[in-house]
Write a protein that binds this ligand. Structure first.
Ligand code: UT7
Length: 324
């Protein structure tokens, strides 16, 4: 019987840091509004890099840290809503660039829940006993999808990437319980990247916006309802309580969402790891960027149990109880 062992985390963000004050030169906003409504102070934005560049950097570092050969990688999964191209997948570009020539590779599009979904998929592959090593990456260049004249969205997001290396193990299980769900009835709450029907045979050309649009209030209410429910789901599946959990690592969208979730779960805010003040909302990249930062700062020790919980477009949500 095989299970998945998480070997390491890594991250990469572009060097160009943009503060709230700098955004106030572009749209009518202020540091005060952005910080008090969201907890965000700054974000990293790409100047000339694409999603694949971020993900390649993460993939290379994961392989280097684990001291294995790129040819030992069997699976490359990239979770993203901002793939360089609609086709090929970003995962294929990454697979080629890191030299993982024996690996299968594909992207998944589950927005801010994408990294947790991708971990779950990799786990099933590794449990099959057929595959040994998997690279799972969340990577986004959301700045490409934003309408930079829309203050209600452009101040919220950032670019970057994070990922994990997983290996099939017979004596260690990192993925203890999961809760992955979708509510497709509510898909219109967050949309982006609409392709229009504009071929020569179409009489009325479509004019839909390509840019990300979000009903912030609805998503806020959805998230504050979903996080506590989903966290309790994985705890109950694992037969554990919050006392057994060292950290909850939520999708980094808004610190007020996390404050409400903490209250509902009757747990101190300190249990949640937040770094959105420095990165903004990086969608599928936010959870693995946080995990890599925690790992680097010595916050994650072998045997620690944590819960990661994502929520976003789809609508989708996904929580996972992990043992480091
Ligand atoms: O990763 C996907 C998951 N996404 C999320 O989790 C996002 C969830 N939603 C949220 O985090 C919050 O709803 C937002 C941060 C997006 C918005 O906060 P809010 O407290 O819901 O504000 P609002 O949209 O109700 O807007 C309040 C006011 C409006 O003005 P009026 O109508 O009251 O005069 C907006 O026009 O704030 C105005 N506003 C701004 N003002 C300054 C909206 N954006 C800005 C801005 N700067 N950037």
């Amino acid at each position: 019987m095989f299970s998945s062992k998480i070997v390491g985390f890594e991250s990469y963000v572009p060097k160009n840091v943009i503060t709230n004050d700098e955004l106030s030169n572009i749209v009518e906003t202020s540091d005060e509004w952005i910080y008090t409504r969201t907890g965000i102070s700054k974000r990293c934005l790409s100047t000339n890099e694409n999603t694949s560049d971020f993900a390649i950097n993460v993939g290379k570092k994961l392989i280097e840290n684990a001291n294995i050969s790129p040819e030992d990688i069997d699976i490359v999964i990239v979770a993203t809503i901002t793939s360089d191209y609609l086709t090929p997948s970003t995962a294929c570009i990454v697979q080629g660039a890191i030299g993982a020539k024996n690996a299968l590779a594909f992207d998944i599009n589950v927005a801010c829940s994408g990294f947790v979904y991708a971990l779950s998929i990799a786990d099933k592959f590794l449990k099959s006993g057929v595959y040994k090593n998997a690279i799972v990456i969340g990577a986004e260049t959301l700045s490409k999808l934003l309408d930079w004249s829309d203050r209600s969205t452009c101040v919220l997001f950032g670019d970057g990437s994070g990922g994990a290396l997983l290996t099939a193990s017979t004596n260690y299980n990192s993925i203890i319980a999961e809760d992955l769900k979708a509510d497709g009835i509510s898909w219109q709450a967050i949309t982006g990247g609409k392709l229009n029907n504009n071929n020569p045979f179409v009489e009325e050309k479509e004019q839909s916006s390509f840019y990300l649009q979000m009903n912030g209030r609805d998503v806020f209410n959805f998230a504050t309802k979903t996080i506590p429910k989903s966290v309790n789901q994985v705890l109950s599946k694992a037969n554990l309580t919050l006392d057994d959990i060292k950290y909850i690592v939520p999708h980094q969208a808004n610190s007020r969402i996390v404050e409400v979730a903490a209250k509902k779960l009757k747990v101190s805010l300190d249990k949640f790891y937040l770094n959105l003040q420095n990165y903004g909302n990086t969608s599928a990249a936010s959870i693995p960027i946080a995990l890599a930062e925690m790992s680097k700062n010595g916050l994650l020790q072998k045997g620690d149990k944590i819960i990661i919980t994502g929520f976003g477009a789809g609508l989708t949500w996904a929580s996972m109880l992990i043992q480091i």
